[in-house]
Design a protein. Structure first.
Length: 230
């Protein structure tokens, strides 16, 4: 697959460039996302990224990652397209093979191109802290067979095709209500990246337990919906 010729203007840093990463220059970050999405759509899971333009671009982005030391390690030998099922998604993503490391390293280019804001990070952390609660809700809902989607009315035959979500109130309102009850704001919540699993967690473990209790008390506001493709 040839993505860009050697004379491709994207690789030439010019006066009109608005986003520069490593030796690459783009008019805007959206061009990078569009390019990498198209590569993911074209390549199958397990396929190596053989186009040097794309591979070098990914490595340049990895060097700009907030956790660049972890993502780059002793150096990246090659990139591969992998399934994100282990993260709970149906999408595909890029992973790096580092020198001297056997396991592939997860890498999200959107973490570099669109760094998540504090509100989004806190929402992610709260969701992850209570993930087992929502999963139990989903399992219990499907114990008697197919479940009707609360939004579309369509029947969902298997729990792997469904998500358990907060509808009354919506998840965002639930998070805001909990933080208000604790006298906190999104900006005052301390987070830490989980050392093994995906995403962030709350630094204050007692706060995490109180959130889980709050989640359990509001589980009746959850519903089963048809999972959207990532």
């Amino acid at each position: 697959m040839m993505v860009a010729a050697a004379s491709d203007p994207k690789k030439e840093v010019g006066a009109m460039a608005k986003y520069v990463v490593g030796e690459f220059s783009f008019a805007k970050k959206g061009e990078v996302e569009q390019l990498l999405r198209s590569v993911l759509e074209e390549l199958e899971v397990g396929a190596m990224v053989t186009d040097s333009f794309v591979a070098d671009l990914l490595t340049s982005l990895a060097r700009e990652h907030p956790e660049a030391t972890e993502k780059v390690g002793a150096g990246i030998e090659w990139w591969v397209v992998a399934s994100n099922k282990d993260l709970g998604y149906t999408s595909k993503g890029f992973r790096a093979k580092q020198r001297g490391r056997d396991e592939l390293v997860r890498f999200s280019y959107t973490d570099v191109l669109r760094p998540p804001k504090q509100r989004a990070l806190v929402a992610e952390a709260l969701t992850q802290e209570a993930l087992d609660i929502t999963r139990r809700f989903r399992t219990k809902a499907f114990a008697g067979g197919p479940v009707q989607c609360a939004l579309t009315g369509k029947m969902i035959p298997e729990k792997t095709m469904a998500d358990a979500v907060h509808l009354a109130p919506p998840r965002g309102q639930l998070h805001a209500a909990f933080l208000e009850s604790e006298g906190l704001t999104y900006e005052s919540v301390e987070l830490v990246k989980h050392p093994v699993e995906s995403g962030y967690r709350l630094v204050d473990r007692q706060l995490a337990e109180r959130w889980r209790t709050f989640q359990e008390e509001n589980v009746d506001g959850m519903a089963i919906v048809l999972r959207r493709e990532q």
